[in-house]
Design a protein around this ligand. Structure first.
Ligand SMILES: [Zn+2]
Length: 126
Protein backbone atom coordinates (compact mmCIF):
# COMPACT_ATOMS: atom_id res chain seq x y z
CA UNK A 1 0.00 0.00 0.00
CA UNK A 2 1.22 3.48 -0.79
CA UNK A 3 2.22 5.58 2.21
CA UNK A 4 1.05 8.91 0.87
CA UNK A 5 -2.53 7.85 0.14
CA UNK A 6 -5.06 9.65 2.30
CA UNK A 7 -6.93 7.29 4.61
CA UNK A 8 -10.62 7.88 5.10
CA UNK A 9 -12.59 7.30 8.28
CA UNK A 10 -14.56 4.11 8.80
CA UNK A 11 -17.84 6.02 8.57
CA UNK A 12 -16.83 7.60 5.26
CA UNK A 13 -15.70 4.22 4.02
CA UNK A 14 -19.02 2.58 4.99
CA UNK A 15 -21.23 5.21 3.38
CA UNK A 16 -19.16 5.45 0.19
CA UNK A 17 -18.82 1.64 -0.06
CA UNK A 18 -15.03 1.52 0.04
CA UNK A 19 -12.84 -1.44 0.90
CA UNK A 20 -12.91 -1.81 4.71
CA UNK A 21 -9.19 -2.52 4.95
CA UNK A 22 -7.47 0.00 2.65
CA UNK A 23 -10.44 2.37 2.15
CA UNK A 24 -9.26 3.14 -1.38
CA UNK A 25 -11.09 0.90 -3.79
CA UNK A 26 -14.82 0.55 -4.33
CA UNK A 27 -16.74 -2.47 -3.09
CA UNK A 28 -18.91 -2.44 -6.21
CA UNK A 29 -17.85 -2.46 -9.83
CA UNK A 30 -20.21 0.31 -10.92
CA UNK A 31 -20.52 3.33 -8.65
CA UNK A 32 -23.91 4.21 -10.12
CA UNK A 33 -26.16 2.17 -7.84
CA UNK A 34 -29.22 2.96 -9.97
CA UNK A 35 -27.74 1.18 -12.99
CA UNK A 36 -29.61 -1.98 -12.03
CA UNK A 37 -27.75 -4.56 -14.19
CA UNK A 38 -24.61 -3.82 -12.15
CA UNK A 39 -26.29 -3.35 -8.79
CA UNK A 40 -25.03 -6.63 -7.30
CA UNK A 41 -21.66 -6.86 -9.08
CA UNK A 42 -18.61 -6.79 -6.85
CA UNK A 43 -14.98 -7.65 -7.58
CA UNK A 44 -13.78 -10.83 -5.93
CA UNK A 45 -10.87 -9.08 -4.21
CA UNK A 46 -9.64 -5.58 -3.50
CA UNK A 47 -7.14 -4.54 -6.15
CA UNK A 48 -4.99 -2.65 -3.59
CA UNK A 49 -4.90 -4.77 -0.40
CA UNK A 50 -6.15 -8.08 -1.86
CA UNK A 51 -8.91 -8.46 0.74
CA UNK A 52 -11.34 -11.15 -0.36
CA UNK A 53 -14.78 -9.53 -0.17
CA UNK A 54 -16.84 -12.71 0.15
CA UNK A 55 -14.91 -14.02 3.13
CA UNK A 56 -16.73 -17.34 3.27
CA UNK A 57 -19.51 -19.08 1.39
CA UNK A 58 -22.79 -17.40 2.18
CA UNK A 59 -21.08 -14.40 3.74
CA UNK A 60 -23.55 -11.95 2.20
CA UNK A 61 -26.57 -13.71 3.70
CA UNK A 62 -25.75 -11.93 6.93
CA UNK A 63 -26.07 -8.59 5.19
CA UNK A 64 -29.79 -9.31 4.89
CA UNK A 65 -30.14 -8.84 8.64
CA UNK A 66 -28.47 -5.47 8.32
CA UNK A 67 -30.74 -4.64 5.37
CA UNK A 68 -33.75 -5.53 7.49
CA UNK A 69 -32.62 -3.24 10.30
CA UNK A 70 -31.76 -0.39 7.91
CA UNK A 71 -35.11 -0.79 6.14
CA UNK A 72 -37.06 -0.74 9.40
CA UNK A 73 -35.22 2.40 10.48
CA UNK A 74 -35.98 4.08 7.15
CA UNK A 75 -39.64 3.04 7.21
CA UNK A 76 -40.07 4.61 10.64
CA UNK A 77 -38.02 7.65 9.67
CA UNK A 78 -40.29 8.28 6.68
CA UNK A 79 -43.58 7.27 8.25
CA UNK A 80 -43.47 9.46 11.34
CA UNK A 81 -43.05 12.81 9.53
CA UNK A 82 -45.62 11.85 6.89
CA UNK A 83 -48.21 10.90 9.48
CA UNK A 84 -47.47 13.33 12.29
CA UNK A 85 -46.17 16.43 10.50
CA UNK A 86 -47.72 16.32 7.03
CA UNK A 87 -50.98 14.82 8.42
CA UNK A 88 -51.36 12.10 5.78
CA UNK A 89 -53.64 9.22 6.67
CA UNK A 90 -52.05 5.97 7.87
CA UNK A 91 -52.83 4.32 4.52
CA UNK A 92 -51.36 7.14 2.47
CA UNK A 93 -48.30 7.38 4.72
CA UNK A 94 -47.68 3.66 4.30
CA UNK A 95 -48.20 3.85 0.55
CA UNK A 96 -45.68 6.68 0.22
CA UNK A 97 -43.37 4.79 2.59
CA UNK A 98 -43.52 1.65 0.45
CA UNK A 99 -42.82 3.64 -2.73
CA UNK A 100 -39.84 5.33 -1.09
CA UNK A 101 -38.48 1.96 0.06
CA UNK A 102 -38.68 0.60 -3.49
CA UNK A 103 -36.83 3.65 -4.77
CA UNK A 104 -34.22 3.34 -2.03
CA UNK A 105 -33.66 -0.40 -2.46
CA UNK A 106 -30.25 0.04 -4.19
CA UNK A 107 -29.11 2.34 -1.38
CA UNK A 108 -30.31 -0.06 1.31
CA UNK A 109 -28.76 -3.05 -0.43
CA UNK A 110 -25.32 -1.52 -0.90
CA UNK A 111 -25.23 0.17 2.49
CA UNK A 112 -26.10 -3.14 4.14
CA UNK A 113 -23.31 -5.01 2.38
CA UNK A 114 -20.87 -2.22 3.19
CA UNK A 115 -21.85 -2.23 6.88
CA UNK A 116 -21.64 -6.03 7.01
CA UNK A 117 -18.17 -6.29 5.49
CA UNK A 118 -16.91 -3.44 7.69
CA UNK A 119 -18.03 -5.39 10.76
CA UNK A 120 -15.94 -8.42 9.78
CA UNK A 121 -12.99 -7.04 7.81
CA UNK A 122 -10.70 -7.02 10.85
CA UNK A 123 -11.14 -10.80 11.14
CA UNK A 124 -10.36 -11.49 7.50
CA UNK A 125 -7.38 -13.55 6.52
CA UNK A 126 -5.97 -13.58 3.02
ZN1 LIG B 1 -8.56 -2.85 0.00
Amino acid sequence: MQENVKKHSHLYSIFTCKCPRCKQTNLFLNQNMYYLPDLFKMPERCSVCNLKYEMEIGFWWGAMYVAYAVSCALVIAFFLPLYLYFKFSVDMSLLIDICLMFLLFPVTFRLSRSLWIHMFAHQAVD
